[in-house]
Write a protein that binds this ligand. Structure first.
Ligand SMILES: [Zn+2]
Length: 335
């Protein structure tokens, strides 16, 4: 495809990155997100806390991120609706929403979901690698959703938060996809059949996700792609696998780019090996992660591989946008 017609196609896309990580520090400068904007991204979901982060830290991180985004409204927008994402795209701004990795910050209280929704959380999963009172994690013996967990899924559906199953155990994720009344995503998870790692997902999970009309966001973390290799070719093998198995309607991108890998997120008193078992090959400071600068290259490579322009549009962001449209618009109340 000639360069200028590709440039026109790319400029017209809603490019959606379903997960990225800035340091979880109150008052954090978020200007690294300029890298997403410069790469033509339209939207990025930014992590505001994991199961091992204390609630006061998470609230202060959200407060600081909100302040920073307000002060940089010429280039960024805290998106509450799909229309906000479209408006940001028209303005050449980057739309941002927050996601939570786990549910321990709810402290067992469903009303906390309403509060997090009010301050900008639009996607969350229920467990982060290890079990908690709500659900099972992918690095634990997953006993499935607790009764509280079923209530959490119900309220997430009611509020219109995107239900995410990354980092969760197999059984809990299947139970979530069974009971969720809205599409379920894996915001940043790769294919277990291509790289056998507990963070990657089985064909059964991929099919259940598609059955909910959800999306698997292929992640740019080297050890989950395989061989700590982040080439576009390697990433597209995971995209191809999901597209061939359940259709290009159910695959997207969640690069999980960590802007500052030197920043140690582990709070005092928490054992890194508990949350990220060394036996699973974690090297948080040293692993390769596909950067946002590669987004245009991914779109071009999809075209070169024979994806139709409409399929490229879907994979680069249209699919996640569809899930957001089916979810964020929810009014509070039973669905
Ligand atoms: Zn994650």
């Amino acid at each position: 495809m000639p360069g200028d017609s590709f440039a026109r196609l790319y400029a017209d896309l809603i490019v959606w990155d379903a997960h990225a990580c800035l340091p979880l520090v109150p008052g954090q400068d978020m200007s690294a997100l300029e890298r997403h904007r410069a790469a033509g991204a339209s939207f990025v979901h930014v992590n505001v806390g994991m199961d091992y982060n204390p609630l006061p830290q998470i609230m202060r991180v959200i407060a600081g991120y909100r302040r920073w985004l307000e002060e940089h409204a010429d280039r960024f927008l805290l998106a509450e609706t799909v229309e906000d994402v479209r408006r940001a795209k028209r303005d050449g701004r980057l739309a941002v929403a927050f996601d939570l990795e786990g549910s321990m910050m709810l402290q067992g209280d469903l009303d906390m979901l309403d509060l997090f929704h009010d301050v900008g959380v639009r996607q969350m999963h229920l467990a982060y690698n290890r079990n908690n009172a709500v659900a099972g994690g992918c690095h634990d013996r997953d006993g499935g959703l607790s009764p509280l967990g079923r209530g959490v899924v119900r309220r997430i559906n009611e509020l219109g938060i995107i239900m995410d199953c990354s980092h969760m155990g197999l059984r809990s994720s299947l139970e979530v996809m069974e009971i969720s009344t809205r599409p379920v995503v894996f915001s940043h998870s790769n294919v277990k059949a291509l790289r056998d790692h507990p963070r990657n997902i089985t064909d059964e999970q991929i099919e259940a996700c598609a059955g909910s009309d959800g999306v698997v966001g292929i992640c740019g973390i080297g050890p989950f792609l395989g061989d700590d290799e982040i080439s576009t070719e390697r990433l597209l093998r995971h995209v191809d696998y999901v597209a061939e198995r359940v259709g290009p309607r159910h695959v997207g991108l969640g690069l999980d780019y960590v802007f500052d890998q030197t920043h140690d997120e582990m709070p005092a008193g928490q054992a890194q090996d508990y949350w990220y078992p060394e036996t699973q090959g974690y090297d948080l400071q040293g692993m390769q992660i596909k950067p946002p600068e590669h987004l245009p290259e991914i779109a071009g490579a999809l075209l070169d591989r024979g994806y139709e322009p409409e399929e490229v549009r879907a994979v680069m962001g249209g699919n996640f946008l569809r899930v957001a449209e089916a979810t964020w618009s929810a009014a509070k109340g039973p669905v």
